[in-house]
Write a protein that binds this ligand. Structure first.
Ligand code: C2E
Ligand code: MG
Ligand code: MG
Ligand code: MG
Length: 284
């Protein structure tokens, strides 16, 4: 009897899995057509310098308004795109669109999320170079955002990041702290910026706050700039300032915006804090 139950469970799992794969494949087909039909666009979230309160740049975030369905969450459609090399076509489009837009925002940096599958594909190098030359954007203004797991999966990821950095493009490790990279791995990571995941910032758990403090301190040891993600309250802002984070993003400053709204945004989003507390020495 137990055996029958067990087998039943396996069959249910198979059915669920099959349904999920079919759904994802259907989404990918619709997304391909949607990209062709111009249904995708980008929103831009300001990145704020915590010392001056000014906007230093933006992160480009993909949006898909599916006709007859409504907005599809980006983590959902990006996951569908990652099932095939279509994610490289999507990535190429985002790079071109974002750099063209940012070239008109004089001096602002632009961060683009690059999926692991695109980063390990040899075409990623020319996709970045083509976007930069077509837009005329200075390479130093482009930030390629990758997740920490990408670095451990495939040696080509590191190799491509090394080449891009040699050409002047900056690299950010996104969502840091959610993967299983050890802090010591930061020593030989080809990156310029570390973004602390918003789960540490938004949590009520003091243990998470201490982890954020430790991550910031470790990142600074390896000369990485630190960006705090997902700042929603003044309390969270005070905390990441105390941790010495250089920059931050979050709804407290601004939600991701359509390009027209970016152009109306004031240059200064928060008042400069001249009393940035120095991080405390470890107690012992
Ligand atoms: P991400 O790169 O970590 O982007 C930050 C996400 O946090 C965005 O969600 C942003 O809207 C959200 N966010 C920003 N500030 C706050 C805040 O204060 N509170 C809360 N609750 N959320 C905040 P979004 O736009 O839904 O994107 C989700 C993820 O989808 C991104 O996470 C990124 O991994 C992926 N993604 C988005 N656009 C692209 C793209 O063009 N290419 C690739 N490969 N991935 C993308
Ligand atoms: Mg990102
Ligand atoms: Mg992130
Ligand atoms: Mg994220």
């Amino acid at each position: 009897r137990a055996k029958r139950l067990g087998r039943g469970r396996v069959e249910i799992f198979d059915d669920d899995l099959r349904a999920e794969i079919t759904e994802r494949a259907a989404l990918e087909v619709a997304l391909r057509a949607g990209l062709e039909a111009g249904e995708l666009h980008l929103h831009y979230q300001p990145v704020v310098d915590l010392r001056t309160g000014t906007v230093t740049g933006y992160e480009a975030l993909a949006r898909w308004d599916r006709p007859g369905v409504g907005p599809v969450r980006p983590d959902v459609f990006i996951a569908a795109a990652e099932a095939s090399s279509f994610v490289c076509d999507l990535g190429r489009w985002v790079l071109h669109e974002a750099t063209a837009q940012a070239a008109g925002w004089r001096g602002a940096s632009i961060a683009v999320n690059v999926s692991g599958r695109h980063l390990t594909d040899h075409r990623v190098l020319d996709d970045v170079r083509d976007a930069l030359s077509a837009s005329g954007l200075a390479p130093a203004l482009l930030v390629v955002e990758i997740t920490e797991t990408v670095l451990t999966d495939d040696p080509r990821a590191r190799e491509h990041l090394r080449i891009l950095r040699a050409e002047g493009v900056r690299v950010a490790i996104d969502d840091f702290g959610t993967g299983f990279t050890s802090i010591s791995a930061l020593a030989d990571t080809p990156a310029d910026i570390l973004k602390i995941d918003r789960s540490f910032i938004g949590s009520d758990d003091p243990g998470h706050h201490q982890l954020a403090t430790l991550i910031a301190r470790a990142a600074h040891t390896f000369d990485l700039r630190v960006v705090a993600e997902g700042i929603e309250t003044g309390e969270q802002l005070a905390r990441v300032r105390a941790d010495g984070c250089e920059e931050a993003q979050g709804y407290l400053f601004s939600r991701p915006l359509a390009p027209e709204a970016v152009e109306r945004l004031p240059a200064q989003l928060i008042s400069p804090d001249v009393h940035v507390p120095v991080p405390r020495a470890p107690e012992g």
